[in-house]
Ligand binder design. Structure first.
Ligand code: CTP
Ligand code: CA
Length: 230
């Protein structure tokens, strides 16, 4: 038997990846969620580990199994995800925000007792969650490290929205997905993506999420190698 060394472009690097949806509780039995499976982020975590990185995966509530060989921190809400990311951010070389973080949560938090039905409709007031990626961009300010990668799932003007998000959140790379097309988005094994960076746009064909994950790992490795103290 021979020990097969991993390819190792990320050997010695630490990478934090978020994946999955967040659930925002309305009361002890109900929540607001979304259809993210976490597959894309798990693929990034697996690939970064295969390339030799020490990976922490912050995983929202999804039924897919956390991958072996990756330290996994389970979270439920956007608030918990923000806390988990903030606790790790100083220690890592790159952060990939693939989670589908809720934009809104019930104002004032979850009701402590089950909400009982009444005649007529129900109005729930929601408030904004923290934008975790934008918070990371503000915190990093003008430093090159950690490398920050976000996603943008769009149905129209994909590259326009993605490039505005990249600038507003002050991140290095936005992986833009056209989720309006078949073969892209939440419940499939494939994606149709473009990389939006300060240098421009690079578009890729329909491909497996694992193949896109390899491109993201390669981007991070190159970016780290390019920074002076890399
Ligand atoms: N994101 C985040 N925290 C949030 C919302 C989004 O960190 N509260 C991150 C996502 O993980 C993703 C990126 O921001 O990497 C873009 O998410 P997206 O939902 O596409 O964009 P938003 O800025 O939330 O804008 P909108 O949903 O209105 O398109
Ligand atoms: Ca959003």
């Amino acid at each position: 038997l021979r020990i097969i060394e991993p390819p190792g472009a990320l050997r010695g690097r630490r990478v934090l990846v978020t994946a999955g949806p967040t659930y925002e509780d309305l009361d002890p039995v109900r929540y607001l969620g979304n259809r993210s499976s976490g597959r894309m982020g798990v693929a990034v975590a697996v690939e970064a580990a295969r390339q030799g990185a020490e990976v922490t995966l912050v995983l929202g509530p999804t039924s897919i199994a956390p991958p072996a060989g990756v330290k996994t921190v389970r979270v439920r809400s956007a608030r918990e995800m923000h806390a988990a990311v903030t606790a790790e951010r100083e220690a890592v070389d790159a952060i990939v925000m693939s989670a589908a973080v809720a934009d809104y949560t019930p104002a004032g938090g979850a009701a402590s007792d089950k909400v009982k039905k009444q005649d007529g409709g129900l109005t729930v007031t929601l408030e904004r969650t923290v934008d975790i990626l934008a918070d990371l961009g503000r915190w990093r300010a003008d430093r090159p490290s950690p490398v920050l990668v976000g996603f943008a799932a769009e149905t129209t003007d994909v590259l326009g929205y993605a490039s505005r998000k990249r600038e507003a959140k002050r991140v290095d790379l936005i992986v833009a997905n056209d989720v309006g097309q078949p073969g892209a988005g939440f419940e499939v094994e494939t994606n149709i993506a473009s990389f939006v960076t300060a240098e421009g746009v690079q578009s890729f064909p329909l491909e497996a999420k694992a193949a896109l994950a390899a491109r993201i790992a390669a981007y991070i490795a190159e970016r780290l190698a390019a920074t002076a103290d890399g």
